[in-house]
Design a protein around this ligand. Structure first.
Ligand SMILES: O=C(O)CCC(=O)C(=O)O
Ligand SMILES: [Fe+2]
Length: 694
């Protein structure tokens, strides 16, 4: 038997393989003494990294950059990007599992999925991975359809032991040559062998100073590793390990056995399995380029192109090759989408700002949205039906949605007469596009995947306010005319709504402008910070959108969400300390009855809590369906009023077309603002900036 390299004694291209996960065949080329010392970087006492020969064609500091710019890797989690039943892209990073392998042309790894972390932080298969699982099916489909797969290597990759230049590095196109199953722990999981498609070109991740690849004409494409038919299941399996041939069909009772004996835990790859190469095949063609040249496909002269879906994808910086997202309203700036950690102190100066021809309101109108004097209104009975008032604020139609004990939402429905007035919504819409407002996309403060940017642009004027993200605030004193005019309208709407409810009017001192391109939206959130007054007014400009309002999960269900304890088991959520038992919540009658008994002193706190736990155990918690649906059109105003509205309910807005602005004004309590920033919220409107409701 060939010597079996193990953790303690194997040397792979000049460095000790520390993980003990890889066992390489004897076909290894570069022996340790061939690596010049200037090409070795000592990272820590036990890690010596070789320099790589070249540079990746594209790279990223985080997954979001990668997913935004690389069309074959739209995936923020997991190793494999699959869609439409195929695997398109694959990331090899921290943990490829046991028996992984990498060299300049071949990669062997597990396909991901079905995993959990063991006590040492390594990924362990939690259950069997079957051939009909989504991941296995996708990778097998790519193999059978000869679909090339793009590979990316992350700097946490433990086996290559080269000094990878960036956190995520695009490698090359590969073909899938084999997919098979192995026993991994007590379960079985799928493995894959990738082979680089272009064998003529030297891989950038090859060691610096290493020999060029063997020319194609000198290569042997005929010798293949041994394949044998299993006497048990009659299916053919390839010989992956030198230690012996094994049946690799998990359903066979001879699976993962050499002869009659279970395979040893340490195995050596069959050199023939590592060294065979597939003949170049013209049929294997990627269906897009490895690194997209997105900028050259944008025709800026076409109207509205700068706000189309295609225009807010990420690009690969033509200068430094970093994947950059469109963080700026006007375009891409390499240094703006940077954590600064991967640039080695060099800031790339690339930027591409678009012309941004203003789009007129008419371009966004669809057939069902002809300008009319008063829009016809059809209400869907699935949602709350409002009170309709066509008189008191004419020419606006006033729709009021009342949530008992919670608050109300007033929708001021505009029409063509209102919109076309000088300095009205039509003019404001064009005005906002002409101004350089400094709209930007910011990282979401609470997101499952760190670094995720909002799917809308934002800029704040007036008192500082942190909504779902932190946005720098500009003083009203520096605000352009359009912002002050919008503030005039929003102050009017706030006053009308609040006074008609008999509440005190607090003039807004903050205005957040959101800009939405095609396909952008704002997900469910509330505007209920302790620093804010109870009233929030929004002016919609441009594309039509739908606003959804639903009860928050915990108020709908009466308990917080169940959380994953990390071992695959769910920890049940805790019951609410104070359950408002809102109208329409789940198990409303039962919850109200328990609450009444508790408040009447008939049951103790413990009994109340335990009875609710028992009640909730009968049904799985779920998200509340939307209670209110508002169709927001150009020029419409919406006022949400009531602290409890933000406490118990959340809202989201989904626009439908290429360009929409939402200008939302709030009252930020001065005791929550730094003294130095108070004056940012001061403003005086000129008489013609004050709105009179016409
Ligand atoms: O886009 C909209 O209409 C709503 C914006 C919003 O919810 C917010 O700014 O908090
Ligand atoms: Fe909001």
């Amino acid at each position: 038997m060939a010597p079996r390299p193990t953790a303690s004694r194997s040397h792979v291209a000049g460095q000790v393989v520390r993980s003990g996960r890889v066992t390489k065949g004897k076909s290894e080329k570069a022996p340790a003494n061939k690596v010049p010392s200037d090409q070795i970087k000592v990272v820590s006492t036990d890690q010596v990294l070789e320099q790589v020969h070249g540079e990746p064609p594209a790279w990223a500091e985080n997954r979001q950059q990668l997913c935004d710019a690389i069309p074959w890797f739209h995936c923020t989690q997991g190793a494999m990007y699959h869609s439409e039943g195929f695997c398109w892209g694959f990331l090899i990073d921290a943990d490829g599992g046991t028996r992984t392998y990498i060299d300049e042309e071949i990669i062997i790894t597990r396909i991901g999925g079905c995993c959990t972390k063991d006590s040492e932080g390594n990924l362990a298969l939690q259950k069997n991975q079957e051939a009909d699982s989504t991941l296995a099916r996708s990778i097998i489909a790519s193999l059978k359809s000869k679909l090339p797969v793009g590979l990316i290597i992350g700097s946490k990759h433990k086996i290559l032991n080269r000094d990878l230049p960036h956190r995520y590095n695009v490698m090359a196109w590969f073909r899938v040559t084999n997919v098979w199953f192995e026993r991994i722990g007590t379960n079985h999981g799928a493995k894959v062998r990738f082979e680089k498609l272009d064998l003529a070109e030297k891989s950038w991740w090859a060691a610096k100073g290493s020999a060029p690849p063997m020319p194609l004409e000198l290569r042997d494409f005929d010798t293949k590793p041994q394949t044998l038919k299993c006497e048990g299941c009659s299916k053919v399996s390839i010989r992956v390990y030198e230690d012996g041939w094994m049946c690799l069909q998990p359903e066979c009772d001879r699976f993962w056995k050499i002869g009659n004996v279970s395979s040893p835990p340490e195995l050596t790859f069959n050199p023939a399995f590592l060294s065979f190469r597939s003949r170049p095949d013209d049929e294997i063609l990627p269906n897009c380029s490895l690194v997209p040249d997105h900028l050259s496909t944008l025709d800026e002269d076409a109207t509205d192109i700068s706000t189309s879906r295609g225009a807010w994808k990420g690009i690969v910086c033509p200068e430094c090759h970093k994947c950059i997202r469109r963080t700026l309203w006007r375009g891409w700036k390499c240094s703006d989408d940077s954590t600064g950690t991967q640039t080695g102190g060099n800031v790339c100066s690339f930027e591409r700002l678009m012309t941004m021809n203003p789009i007129s309101r008419q371009v966004l109108l669809d057939d069902s949205e002809q300008p009319s004097m008063r829009r016809e209104m059809v209400f869907d009975r699935k949602f709350m039906i409002p009170e309709i008032d066509d008189v008191s604020l004419s020419p606006y139609r006033k729709l009021t949605y009342k949530l008992d004990g919670v608050g109300f939402i007033t929708h001021f429905v505009a029409n063509a007469e209102i919109n076309s007035r000088p300095n009205g919504p039509d003019d404001l819409f064009i005005g906002l596009q002409r101004e350089d407002l400094g709209l930007k996309r910011f990282p979401l403060s609470s997101s499952l995947v760190a670094g995720t940017l909002t799917a809308h642009f934002a800029v704040n004027h007036g008192s500082p306010y942190k909504y779902v993200v932190s946005v720098l605030s500009k003083a009203f004193g520096e605000a352009p005319e359009v912002i002050l005019r919008a503030l005039g309208r929003l102050s009017w709407a706030t006053e009308q709504a609040v006074i008609s409810a008999g509440d005190m009017y607090m003039p807004p001192n903050e205005l957040l402008t959101l800009g939405y391109f095609e396909g952008m939206k704002i997900g469910y959130h509330d505007d209920g910070e302790s620093s804010l007054g109870p009233t929030i007014a929004t002016l919609s400009l441009g594309a039509k959108s739908t606003m959804w309002i639903r009860m928050k999960y915990k108020h709908f269900n009466g308990h917080t969400r169940r959380v994953d304890a990390g071992d695959g088991k769910a920890v049940s959520g805790s019951v609410l300390q104070e359950d408002p038992v809102l109208k329409g919540c789940r198990l409303e009658d039962e919850r109200r009855a328990l609450k009444e008994r508790f408040e009447a002193g008939e049951i103790s706190q413990d009994e109340y809590d335990n009875s609710r736990q028992t009640l909730f155990a009968t049904q799985k918690g779920k998200q509340a369906p939307p209670a209110i649906k508002l169709e927001l059109h150009h020029g419409d105003l919406v006022v949400m009023h009531g602290e409890n509205l933000q406490r118990y309910y959340e809202h989201s807005v989904v626009p439908e077309n290429k360009l929409r602005f939402a200008l939302t004004a709030r009252y930020v309590k001065p005791d929550h603002v730094d003294a130095a920033e108070i004056e940012k919220g001061n403003f005086t409107l000129t008489p013609d900036q004050i709105y009179d409701g016409k």
